[in-house]
Design a protein around this ligand. Structure first.
Ligand code: ADP
Ligand code: MG
Length: 554
């Protein structure tokens, strides 16, 4: 045809195309995500250009339009974005000299070449493959585009095999049409309902309206509300709640809502929720945080572990400008950007919990739901250990009013320390199966008689974390069952004063009688009423941990 130019693809494009077309079947639907993302990007860019040149303003009703046509087997994705000039078409769609893929094109081809053939499909699925993903479902792709500010339009056309053509075309308005000649085995992508499902799954949060042509009508396909991108003042509590319920399939209200925008070296928006109830989950399937990662509103993954496992109950979205849309899984694991986002987000959640903890009663309901999960942080997160320890709440041996409001009988380590006896050196705790059993344990006698408070720990994680938390506020943590807590320095309360019996003479006889069942028998200040009590040795595992090990057959 007149004016048609033929161009060869850059070498890398040829290779990428080959891999895309031949290796990726399982996740073909992501082509639509990529094309819709490009349309949204181009619309965003035009809106930005219009800031300085009002003649470039988008038309009223600007949208991304998806039009399937079973008769012609064409699927068209149109936008009112910047469009592309003749040169831009060649540069952007003919080489890998462009934003995302320029930086990662190397990774893609290199890691694909290294991967076993059977691993390649899933590997490619993990990389966004951008515009070229269209060739997974199309035997020919045509792009008709008119750059905003120019009169001429151009047609780019290719079968994805080595070369493309450029020829003059017409288009009434600036913008772009991507026209896919759908392959024989890809009929599903001519089905409006199928397309709608894909848009809902991958592009629901694009803020440009997306429509899909069905029975001759353009039907809205996305909600278009990236709620987190709005400012707080524009969002009602009901909207937050609705979004929270949609996100986590919850039907309660969030206990805490955190919504903020980080600007400066790191740019992201986060909207996070602490649920008001424990999700119904008989067996916990995963410890990973499921907070969703978006890049420029586009959903990328909920497997980016944006929060540590001990904050996995937090739900929400983090949306960043600082990653490319086609970020790979490998990159998600290694990029410093994500590491910095994780850190910022984690610290923010900790700060929020600390603030909310000031309201003891409100905090008690949170503690009831997620306390045991939070405690795992002391066990496994050396970086945040002390901060997490400050968030823990305890039931203690000091009786509280039976009709006390929930939360009133919960104590923090700081409160415990402030109530310590002047002569008391350590923070004492006792681990067991239930508060009731613990409260009546003879292990506590000596402590009670001296008015020393003991933390009563009965979650299964309690057998583990205290030994990791060496000290709190410079006071060591010590299990009352472990070795001989030195209570002799602390005087007994007046009503417990009693003549200390001389039991030393009895010890050798007891040792002989018990033989190998024990390592030692000692006299102790710990008991007041009971005659004997079991103790763990100072260095070995605590009694409760020994019990658990026996139960699990170790
Ligand atoms: P990426 O989006 O990561 O840059 P793509 O392969 O998806 O990679 O797209 C390549 C480039 O082509 C884009 O950066 C953009 O410049 C251009 N482009 C693609 N689709 C459109 C479109 N609908 N409108 C304008 N430009 C587009
Ligand atoms: Mg793209």
């Amino acid at each position: 045809p007149a004016g048609e130019e033929r161009h060869e693809f850059g070498a890398e494009v040829g290779r990428l195309l080959d891999l895309v077309v031949h290796a990726l079947y399982s996740e073909r639907e992501i082509f639509l995500r990529e094309l819709v993302a490009n349309a949204a990007d181009a619309s965003d860019r035009r809106r930005f250009e219009a800031l300085t040149d009002p003649s470039r303003a988008l038309p009223d009703g600007a949208a991304i339009r998806i039009v399937p046509d079973k008769d012609t087997r064409l699927l068209t994705i149109s936008d009112d974005g910047t469009g592309m000039s003749h040169d831009e078409l060649g540069r952007y769609l003919g080489t890998i000299a462009r934003s995302g893929t320029r930086a990662f094109g190397k990774d893609i081809t290199a890691s694909l070449a290294d991967a076993k053939p059977e691993d390649r499909p899933s590997l490619i699925g993990q990389f966004g493959v951008g515009f070229y993903a269209a060739f997974m479902v199309a035997e020919r792709v045509e792009v008709i585009s008119r750059r905003v500010g120019e009169e001429d339009a151009w047609r780019w056309s290719s079968e994805g095999q080595g070369s493309y053509t450029l020829s003059p075309a017409t288009r009434d308005l600036p913008g772009t049409d991507i026209i896919l000649h759908i392959k024989a085995d890809a009929d599903e992508f001519l089905e409006p309902y199928r397309l709608e499902t894909i848009v809902r799954k991958w592009a629901d949060h694009i803020t440009w309206p997306i429509t899909i042509q069905r029975d001759g009508q353009a039907v809205a396909a996305n909600e278009g509300t990236a709620l987190w991108r709005k400012s707080k003042s524009e969002i009602s509590e009901e909207q937050y709640t609705e979004f929270y319920q949609h996100l986590g399939h919850m039907f309660d209200k969030p206990w805490a809502t955190l919504h903020w925008r980080a600007e400066g070296t790191l740019e992201f928006t986060a909207l996070l929720f602490v649920p008001g109830m424990r999700p119904f989950e008989p067996v916990e399937s995963t410890r990973e945080s499921r907070v969703r990662l978006h890049v420029r509103r586009m959903f990328i993954t909920d497997e980016a572990a944006l929060l540590p496992p001990w904050l996995r109950f937090v739900q929400g979205v983090v949306d960043t400008e600082d990653l490319p849309l086609n970020v790979s899984r490998e990159m998600l694991q290694s990029t410093p950007v994500l590491a910095r986002i994780r850190k910022a987000v984690t610290n923010r959640v900790i700060t929020e919990l600390r603030n909310k903890a000031k309201d003891a009663e409100g905090y008690a309901s949170f503690w009831e739901n997620f306390g045991p999960v939070l405690k795992e942080g002391v066990w496994e997160d050396s970086e945040h250990r002390t901060e997490v320890a400050g968030l823990i709440r305890f039931v203690t041996s000091v009786p509280t009013a039976p009709d006390a409001a929930p939360g009133q009988n919960l104590v923090s380590l700081a409160e415990y320390v402030s109530r310590m006896k002047p002569e008391q050196e350590a923070i004492y705790y006792l681990v067991g199966d239930s508060h009731d059993a613990l409260a009546s344990s003879p292990q506590l006698e000596g402590f009670r008689a001296r008015g020393i408070e003991v933390l009563l720990l009965s979650d299964s994680v309690d057998a583990f974390w205290p030994e990791r938390l060496d000290k709190f506020d410079d006071k060591p943590l010590r299990s009352v069952t472990q070795g001989l807590a030195d209570l002799s320095k602390i005087p007994l309360d007046s009503e417990n004063q009693a003549e200390a019996a001389d039991v030393e003479a009895l010890l050798p006889a007891l040792k002989t009688a018990l033989g190998n069942a024990i390592t030692d028998v000692r006299s102790t200040d710990r008991l007041v009423q009971s005659a004997v009590v079991l103790a763990a040795s100072q260095s070995g595992p605590d009694l409760q941990l020994q019990r658990m090990m026996r139960r699990s057959g170790q």
